[in-house]
Design a protein around this ligand. Structure first.
Ligand SMILES: Cc1cc2nc3c(=O)[nH]c(=O)nc-3n(C[C@H](O)[C@H](O)[C@H](O)COP(=O)(O)O)c2cc1C
Length: 167
């Protein structure tokens, strides 16, 4: 059995960057870094870091399935999202994803930072912008620009600190 497994789902590479940063700081050689692929067996480990990109406020089914397979493990979650990750949003996402984890695990916490969004999100907002929604859409567009800068060096540093406190 491995000491550590870092398993993640990442469509466009943001969460993969966090996963690699966490993995690089795990001590020793008894560790694995893997994209979640349900057709492959989950590596057996004592400590898991499970990552995902926030999709409609939660994780994708692949991550939910994987989490529900874990028993009697130490499990930490990490993710990236397009929105500004204010504490309320972090709690909201965490509570939706944590439900997949059985109580026999030791849940160790959640790290969330912003991640660059796909250009089609900006195109969609620009396409629906009108007089009534301009304020709201402009805020979304400003956030899109901010998200382009993430995950930043600071985000990676914070993710590493989060992981180090859990090993
Ligand atoms: C289909 C879809 C749904 C998304 N839903 C959300 C969401 O609900 N909240 C959010 O903040 N970001 C959302 N995003 C943005 C992604 O979470 C964000 O860009 C993330 O960093 C992508 O990570 P990845 O590169 O690891 O795939 C969504 C993106 C896509 C493509």
């Amino acid at each position: 059995m491995l000491e550590y497994a870092v398993l993640y789902h990442s469509e466009t590479g943001n969460t993969a960057k966090i996963a690699s940063a966490i993995f690089s700081q795990l001590p020793g050689k008894s560790k694995d870094l893997m994209q979640i692929n349900l057709s492959e067996p989950i590596p057996e480990a004592a400590v898991y870091f499970v990552g995902f990109s926030v999709n409609r406020g939660t994780c994708c089914m692949e991550v939910a399935d994987l989490l529900s397979e874990l028993h009697e493990k130490k499990v930490s979650l990490f993710a990236t999202c397009g929105a500004n990750p204010i504490p309320e949003y972090i709690k909201e996402v965490e509570s939706k994803v944590k439900v997949w984890l059985d109580d026999d695990n030791e849940y160790c916490g959640f790290f969330l930072c912003q991640g660059r969004m796909q250009a089609k999100a900006r195109d969609r907002w620009e396409g629906i912008r009108n007089k009534e929604n301009a304020r709201h859409i402009d805020a979304m567009l400003r956030n899109f620009e901010e998200a382009k800068l993430h995950p930043s060096t600071e985000d990676l540093k914070n993710a590493i600190e989060f992981a180090k406190a859990r090993i």
